[in-house]
Design a protein around this ligand. Structure first.
Ligand code: UT7
Length: 350
């Protein structure tokens, strides 16, 4: 097991090195929950005009998990959160902040994070949802990190949770084969900074609203309130112009990865594991080529879960930690892209 850190610490962001009393933010526990029901590509063939072979070769996905009809996103999120709290040895009562990244909230109001708080009995927490589509988990990490660095809170739960099956158009073969349900969670703690630096070292986030129309869930908001017309127009389901999204995803994720590495003084050669958003194997392969990183340094599980949007990265991260792929001292780069468009990358030392 790798436990020794290099003698020379990399340069890190000024907020983390501001003299005595400086704080760092570290993940002290991870957890995940995926529904028991597995939907295979063979079953997809019985739903839409597709083939096992098309789905696997175009996306790398073999199967995905589907939540029960009575299960809501907060139920998945709370299960993942309990596991993360157990792993961290942190009681729900110690949680000051709960941020839930999701595009499939239980309801438009109140936030899914408040339902999670109630399920966990985390009465002291400040709770809100953050919507940045598939980049939501990395955005939420960044927001939570800065709230902790401000010094008024010590412990945060950051959760990515989705019940995308509730927003999937099961008549649309272009999208329904891609998505799955699940949730991942991490416990963040503000701690006195150490040298060499551990925890979250750097992060970049970006968005381009001019391209919002390429990936949407248009119905049910204030632009198109629920009506007979929105129902007939299937506007309460995810819509995506896949090929365009693909192109931008590769470029933005490669640029974000390089930006986050540059910010903490690393190059890709310093990275032990890349945990990318799990949308499409071909997207990840293209990023590998752009960054000049072999595929065995990417942690992937999309074959079994498909695209779980904001839940993809925290579920993959939890798996990689539990099966001891990611070990203490490892440098981990997480990178995401999604609707908005939004993107982000985060570097941490585990
Ligand atoms: O999570 C964040 C954002 N999401 C993503 O990053 C997803 C990005 N996009 C993609 O992963 C890919 O674009 C897709 C997997 C969605 C599609 O793959 P593609 O290689 O870009 O295919 P395409 O959209 O260019 O479609 C190729 C053909 C079309 O037929 P024609 O028009 O060439 O005759 C589609 O109708 O494949 C057809 N097709 C299918 N055929 C069988 C589309 N979906 C299916 C399907 N089964 N499920």
């Amino acid at each position: 097991m790798k436990t020794d850190f290099p003698d020379t610490a990399p340069p890190i962001s000024p907020s983390l090195t501001a003299g005595a009393g400086a704080l760092t933010v570290r993940m002290v526990g991870t957890g995940c929950y995926v529904p028991e029901r597995i939907m295979t590509n063979a079953e997809m063939e019985t739903i839409v005009d597709t083939s096992e072979e098309w789905i696997l070769t175009r996306t790398g996905i073999s199967e995905r998990r589907i939540a029960r009809s009575g299960q809501a996103t907060s139920d998945l999120a709370a299960s993942a959160a309990r596991q993360a709290l157990d792993a961290a040895g942190v009681a729900a009562a110690e949680v000051d902040l709960i941020v839930t990244a999701t595009i499939s909230p239980d309801m438009l109001m109140p936030s899914t994070a408040c339902f999670v708080q109630s399920q966990l009995g985390a009465s002291a927490a400040t709770c809100f949802d953050l919507e940045a589509a598939c980049s939501g988990f990395l955005y939420s990490l960044e927001v939570a990190r800065h709230l902790l660095l401000a010094g008024r809170m010590r412990t945060a739960l950051v959760i990515g949770a989705e019940k995308l099956s509730a927003f999937t158009d099961w008549d649309d073969r272009n999208t329904c084969v891609l998505f799955g349900d699940g949730a991942g969670a991490v416990v963040l703690r503000a701690e006195p900074a150490t040298a060499p630096a551990r925890g979250i070292l750097s992060s970049v986030t970006g968005s381009d609203g001019d391209l919002a129309h390429l990936l949407t869930l248009p119905g049910g908001g204030s632009r198109f309130p629920a009506s007979g017309e929105t129902l007939a127009g299937r506007m309460h389901y995810l819509k995506m112009t896949g090929r365009e999204v693909f192109k931008h995803a590769v470029r933005c994720m490669a640029e974000a990865a390089n930006g986050a590495l540059e910010q903490c003084g690393f190059t890709v050669a310093d990275v032990d594991w890349i945990v990318p958003h799990q949308a499409n194997l071909r997207i990840i392969q293209a990023i590998g080529q752009r960054l000049n990183v072999p595929m065995d340094r990417f942690y992937m599980n999309l074959e079994h879960y498909g695209n779980m949007s904001a839940a993809s990265i925290p579920v993959a991260l939890d798996e990689a930690v539990r099966n001891e792929k990611i070990r203490p001292g490892d440098v981990v780069l997480m990178v995401a892209f999604g609707g908005g468009f939004t993107w982000g990358a985060t570097v941490m030392r585990w």
